[in-house]
Design a protein. Structure first.
Length: 107
């Protein structure tokens, strides 16, 4: 779904095994960028809807923070969390409710 965060449009998906999946989520599962481990979702962010600026930021965080190779940065999300694909992060429902808002059609 498209929502607003810091006055910018962003695309998010509420992590769930049962809710509707946008096309980019379906494609990410098909290409194994998203995969379930029980009730946790493993997310290989670099391959989902590639965005150069986002991927460089994620890659640098991975290299500097965990000393992984540039392309292997993965995140884990729980059911009910939100995957903010525009900013390349997983956020809690509590954070989503506080900081994001759903766009009205005329915005």
């Amino acid at each position: 779904m498209e929502v607003k965060y810091k006055n910018k449009s962003v695309e998010v998906w509420e992590i769930s095994k049962t809710n509707e999946q946008p096309d980019w989520v379906k494609q990410a599962f098909k290409e194994n960028y998203l995969s379930w481990y029980g009730d946790r979702l493993k997310i290989t962010m670099m391959g989902i809807k590639p965005n150069t600026k986002r991927n460089i930021a994620i890659g640098l965080k991975g290299v500097l923070g965990t000393f992984n190779s540039f392309g292997s940065v993965c995140f884990m999300g729980d059911i009910g969390d939100f995957l903010d694909i525009t900013n390349g992060r997983v956020i809690s429902k509590k954070y989503f409710i506080k900081h994001y808002y759903i766009k009205i059609d005329d915005e």
